[in-house]
Ligand binder design. Structure first.
Ligand code: AMP
Ligand code: MG
Length: 281
């Protein structure tokens, strides 16, 4: 698949253009596009609901056709909304055709291999959608921020990532990557909510507070990674994510536009059957 990626009207402004250095400060975590005003949230939720129906229709065709597949990468700072996105954007789909994989600190077996080894196994088979909650990008983000790899190694990894994603594209996999962009204040609110609400404490890790101190370092690692690996075929989106309802809308918009453009085809009808006159008695 060498086609250029087509984004929807809502998501296109957030696409990271190839060959242009990304500056996160040019984006606004609070942005709600055309959905400002008192009724913005309601309008966005209505649009999201209808787009989710369209996404289900397209996913069923993708699954039935068994020709192409879709890989969705979600990255964010802690409490950036990866779990919430998965819950809201993918819940209406046919579970047979979706697989979610969460990537944690590599196990000792995983760490004994190259960084793409554990990733490649989870890439979507034909007909499937795969959602990565964190991904191979951790290997050029957290590792870099903590000084576990040098800049030269990061450059080599960018090259490996570009080649890996090209391989997936060549095999008919759409690759869409979303950086859920929240502000530092919003992260504070969300982490505090996890601390205050006993129902949510399980999500809190004291390490989140340590990582928060490295906010600027993470942002420059994200800027590098997104600049180096966003292409017309496998784009990154910087999704404004302070407002969860707008984040969901922007993501579903990008998915629907990409799948509509792909136009998954149903398999041919069984040959030799007269479907117009056949009656089941
Ligand atoms: P969570 O998403 O809250 O369950 O946390 C998963 C943790 O695993 C995060 O702190 C990630 O930074 C970490 N992690 C994921 N992949 C890697 C990796 N390749 N190398 C180091 N840490 C990772
Ligand atoms: Mg966490």
């Amino acid at each position: 698949m060498s086609k250029k990626f087509k984004a929807g009207d809502i998501s296109d402004p957030y696409r990271v253009r190839e060959g242009k250095r990304l500056k996160l400060e040019k984006f606004e975590p609070d942005d709600v596009g055309d959905y400002s005003g008192d009724d913005g949230k309601v309008r966005a939720e209505q649009r999201t609901a209808s787009q989710l129906e369209e996404l289900l229709r397209l996913q069923e065709r993708l699954y039935a056709g068994q020709q192409n597949s879709v890989l969705i990468v979600l990255q964010a700072m802690d409490a950036g909304g990866k779990d919430g996105t998965i819950k809201h954007v993918f819940r209406g789909l046919n579970p047979q055709g979706v697989r979610v994989t969460s990537f944690k600190v590599p196990s000792s077996e995983e760490a004994g291999h190259d960084f793409l080894w554990r990733i490649h196994k989870e890439a979507p088979a034909r007909g499937m959608m795969a959602v990565f909650n964190r991904s191979h990008y951790e290997d050029v983000l957290v590792t870099r921020v903590h000084g576990l790899i040098k800049d030269k190694e990061a450059q080599r990894r960018f090259e490996h990532i570009r080649n890996f994603e090209s391989l997936l594209l060549e095999r008919g996999t759409l690759v869409l990557k979303f950086f859920l962009y929240i502000s530092k204040n919003e992260q504070a609110n969300r982490l505090q909510a996890r601390i205050d609400d006993p129902e949510r404490r399980w999500k809190f890790s004291p390490a989140d507070l340590e990582e928060r101190k490295l906010w600027t370092e993470y942002h420059s690692a994200f800027e590098d990674a997104l600049t180096e690996t966003s292409s017309a075929q496998a784009p990154w989106f910087v999704v404004p994510a302070n407002h969860k309802w707008y984040r969901n809308l922007a993501i579903v918009d990008a998915l629907v536009a990409a799948l509509e453009d792909l136009g998954p085809k149903l398999p041919p009808e069984p040959a030799g059957v007269d479907f117009t006159h056949l009656q089941v008695k």
